[in-house]
Design a protein. Structure first.
Length: 281
């Protein structure tokens, strides 16, 4: 249990840094380039796991959930990077932490009880999202407006489905789940590049950052998958959803982002709500 919790927290840190790099680089490098090249690195990094665990063991459910998770991941990451590139990281990132609602809703649908703490946490998190995103939606200057918020919500749903799929698939075979997930994401991004008729190109400094995104993403997914096999999904999902804290701090410290007072309260409320959900699960 403790080992799974630690792995989930490590996944949060890795994802937080990866997302910050993805959002930052996507501001000056075409999004499809960042997505495709970073996924190439992530896919190459995960392939050696096939030497440690046979992908043929219990492969059918793992492959199914890997494919489902791959589609969800492709949608989530592309939406998030675009939202971070055009919006305020301090607002966009916390909204994506609501991805935890997907496994919680699944848990409730399959028999988990809605306690006062869980219900209160859900309510506080939703109110926090409204407070944090409200000023962004009403502002129509560059970098604001409804588009980053909508993309962040799509990313949250996508990450929730992706995390649930990885956990379900990893119960059968971690390697098959992660490899199929990564390959599906790579294929989707490759098709996207062909449709957009864009040849992935990036300056040397950008390539280093893109490679880091891919490796950090691979490491985070591996930590999450392993955590889900040793700790309850609800606990792992909540702890892994704390990655926006890292993204927000990096956006504030490195990019000098400033939020309105109501937005700060909203961001705090989101994290308090997620913490309450964690305590209830």
């Amino acid at each position: 249990m403790m080992g799974g919790a630690v792995l989930a927290l490590v996944a949060s840190v890795l994802l937080g840094v990866s997302d910050f790099l993805g959002g930052t680089l996507s501001r000056r490098i075409p999004l499809i380039t960042v997505l495709l090249l970073s996924q190439v690195v992530a896919t190459l990094a995960i392939l050696p796991r096939m030497l440690l665990e046979s992908p043929a063991t219990n492969w059918e459910p793992a492959l199914f959930w890997g494919v489902v998770g791959g589609v969800a991941t492709a949608v989530a990451v592309s939406s998030l990077f675009k939202a971070l590139a055009i919006g305020t990281m301090g607002v966009v990132a916390p909204i994506t932490s609501l991805s935890v609602l997907v496994p919680v809703i699944v848990g409730l649908a399959t028999g988990d009880q809605l306690t006062w703490i869980l219900g209160g946490g859900l309510l506080v998190a939703i109110i926090g999202t409204v407070l944090a995103s409200g000023p962004e939606v009403r502002t129509h200057t560059p970098g604001h407006g409804s588009k980053p918020i909508v993309l962040a919500i799509i990313a949250a749903i996508g990450f929730g489905v992706a995390n649930l799929s990885v956990a379900l698939g990893s119960a059968s075979n971690v390697t098959t789940t992660l490899v199929s997930n990564s390959v599906v994401v790579l294929l989707i991004y490759g098709v996207g590049a062909l449709i957009l008729r864009q040849v992935p190109r990036a300056p040397a400094k950008g390539l280093v950052g893109i490679a880091a995104i891919g490796f950090l993403g691979f490491a985070a997914n591996l930590c999450f998958a392993l955590a889900s096999t040793t700790a309850p999904l609800t606990v792992v999902a909540v702890l892994a959803s704390l990655y926006p804290v890292i993204t927000v701090l990096l956006g504030w410290r490195i990019l000098g982002e400033h939020l309105q007072r109501v937005q700060v309260l909203g961001v705090i409320a989101v994290f308090v709500g997620v913490a309450a959900i964690a305590a209830a699960t």
